[in-house]
Design a protein around this ligand. Structure first.
Ligand SMILES: [Cu+2]
Length: 612
């Protein structure tokens, strides 16, 4: 699929074809996209589909371009005291705030981020969630997979290119550090499928515990299927709890206040873009703003044909960009982000995560508005948005002829180990994932020693070395189809599956066991993203092209499940994995491993989870 460049639009305009009549690049039989592109148009409130020489129709997988502009950021990782909902505890932060500072770039820019680990007691790393990292595996930031952890007191510089545009987040990928607050927005400006006046930036939604993730892991999550729920929830690092009420009966010196809600300000008649991110440890959410409609324009890094809804379901790791028109009577309104309540049982305080939208900035009143749906829908399953609503703007189809290795499966299931003490998740009837921080798989691959990769990396090898014989032409890309199947005896526990290094097509998903057949699967422009729910006791069938050699983590994005070993390492086209940019392995990454190897024997805490 070829995108229409500005030049080709000009050429067509010169031959008398008006730009408005140029169909978007769609397959036969599809409805042409509605565009407002005109030759030479500039991105603005009424022309968000334009973007210089490129535009919303550009196929950003095939067309990788360079602005020759570099944005540079510095992140200082540290532990601080925090009380985001009024309850004092320890947090991990980037530059002292939660969320951390926004990293903002334009489509086509180079992004350079210098990360210094000033957490005194643990290693760390920063992963750029959903960033394709094309031929740039070494900058993916996954400890034990693509790098050694950054040792305390040392730094690592990440360099990557903004091939895609839209909304994502950066977060620590070292154990459960991001659930202690170590995350922030990563926003790549680019075209959009619908117009808006103002970009209000990231809206982070998360559940929140009054104990640290480390303590939660040590006391509950290491042993159980469910995790006691969360105490409260936060929107952009702010929320309210019930400290005052608690203190009426039992004095707790850590109860500082009842917290404060995040606020957004609307001006009547304006259209606002909100970038929604669910970064929770264990909760699917349903997001809505009372008396307002959401126009959804992107899922993860993939722009979609806009659709309207009153509320939207978001799983952990997913993002949605929405446009909200301020067309309600001027007043104060609740912005709600309730957890899908029967999905994972939660503390009462966590069921009503909210913020406030005010038309009058000076108002301090609590809204009196009612939920758009009357109440949060009581789903008993954790759900994603309907696939039929999620139509990528730039279509990608799957031709099964390109799936050389046939349909492959990975089954997952629980296993109690050490005399039924600990819960772990096995993948493919094999081991649970347990990376060796000191021995990242990428190092072994670059050294040509695949046998040295620890077995507990759960290698799933695809492409080249793995494929005995390819019938594809030179210019054709091989695709992988993977059906992830839930073979657990539990009901009601779904899993948000996240793959590094690719957007994947969602061919099919179901609440029942896969039949082994492909009847009813969607091969023509199915939903495409980097995180999707595998329903409880069901399956998720995904596909991706083998166009990005590397070792890529594939894991559940429930914090505790990945810590319990729910993950695999996709080893893609092992013989084509590039050495790190700017030099060889020794120059770029060995200093990180060297510092880690020196520090690790003195570490006050040993590895107690899968490590990612
Ligand atoms: Cu899971």
């Amino acid at each position: 699929m070829v995108g229409l460049s500005f030049l080709s639009l000009l050429a067509l305009a010169a031959t008398g074809v008006s730009a408005a009549s140029i169909p978007a690049p769609l397959g036969p039989g599809a409805t042409p996209r509605k565009t407002n592109l005109t030759p030479g148009c500039k991105n603005g409130p009424k022309s968000r589909q334009c973007w210089g020489e490129h535009d919303i129709n550009t196929n950003y997988y095939d067309t990788v371009f360079y602005t020759n502009h570099t944005v540079e950021y510095w992140l200082n990782l540290e532990e601080i005291d925090c009380a985001p909902d009024g309850y004092l505890r320890k947090c991990l932060t980037a530059n002292g705030t939660m969320p951390g500072p926004a990293i903002v770039a334009n489509w086509g820019d180079e992004i350079v981020v210098h990360v210094t680990n000033n957490i005194k007691t643990n290693g760390s790393s920063i992963h750029w969630h959903g960033v394709r990292q094309l031929n740039n595996n070494a900058n993916d930031g996954t400890p034990g997979v693509t790098q050694c952890p950054i040792a305390p007191g040392t730094s690592m510089t990440y360099r990557f290119h903004a091939d895609q545009y839209g909304t994502t987040w950066y977060h620590s990928h070292f154990s459960f550090q991001y659930s202690n607050g170590l995350y922030g927005p990563l926003i790549i400006n680019g075209p959009a499928t619908a117009d808006y006046d103002e970009d209000l930036g990231a809206v982070f939604i998360t559940d929140w515990d009054h104990e640290t993730a480390d303590l939660h892991w040590a006391t509950v999550a290491n042993f159980n299927v469910t995790f006691n729920g969360s105490d409260t929830g936060l929107i952009n690092g702010m929320g309210t709890g019930n400290c005052t009420a608690l203190n009426a009966t039992k004095a707790d010196p850590n109860c500082l206040s009842d917290g404060k809600k995040f606020e957004l300000h609307f001006e009547q008649g304006k259209k606002y873009r909100l970038r929604l991110l669910n970064v929770a440890e264990e909760d699917w959410v349903q997001f809505s703003i009372d008396n307002h409609t959401l126009t959804v324009i992107a899922m993860d890094f993939v722009p979609i044909v806009p659709y309207q809804t009153k509320s939207i379901f978001i799983d952990m790791g997913q993002r949605y960009d929405v446009i909200v028109e301020a067309n309600a009577p001027p007043a104060d309104y609740w912005l709600r982000s309730g957890f899908q309540p029967l999905c994972i049982p939660n503390g009462a305080g966590a069921n009503n995560i909210s913020a406030i939208v005010r038309y009058d900035k000076s108002s301090t009143a609590d809204p009196t508005s009612a939920s758009v749906d009357g109440a949060i829908i009581a789903w008993d399953l954790c759900v994603d948005e309907q696939p039929s609503n999620l139509e990528p703007w730039v279509p990608v189809d799957l031709d099964l002829a390109n799936v050389v290795a046939g349909i492959q499966t990975e089954t997952i299931g629980p296993e109690w180990v050490d005399n039924n003490t600990y819960l772990r998740w096995w993948v493919n009837e094999g081991s649970f994932m347990w990376v060796n921080w000191s021995n990242p798989a990428l190092g072994d691959v670059i050294n040509g020693d695949l046998k040295a990769i620890p077995a507990t990396d759960n290698i799933f090898q695809v492409g080249s070395n793995a494929t005995a014989k390819s019938s594809l032409r030179r210019d054709e890309v091989e695709w992988v189809v993977l059906v992830i199947e839930d073979k657990t005896p539990f009901t009601g526990i779904s899993h948000p599956i996240h793959l590094h290094g690719h957007d994947f097509l969602i061919l099919s998903t179901g609440y029942e066991q896969w039949t082994g057949r492909t009847y009813g699967w969607q091969f023509k422009n199915p939903p495409r993203r980097d995180t999707a729910t595998m329903p409880s006791n069901g399956y998720l069938a995904i596909a991706w092209p083998l166009d990005n050699p590397g070792v890529w983590a594939l894991h559940c994005h429930i914090t505790w499940h990945s810590s319990q070993g729910f993950g695999a390492t996709v080893l893609e086209s092992a013989d084509k994995i590039p050495k790190p940019i700017g030099g060889d392995w020794a120059k770029e990454l060995d200093p990180i491993c060297k510092a880690w190897h020196e520090w690790e024997p003195t570490a006050p805490f040993k590895q107690t989870d899968a490590g990612i």
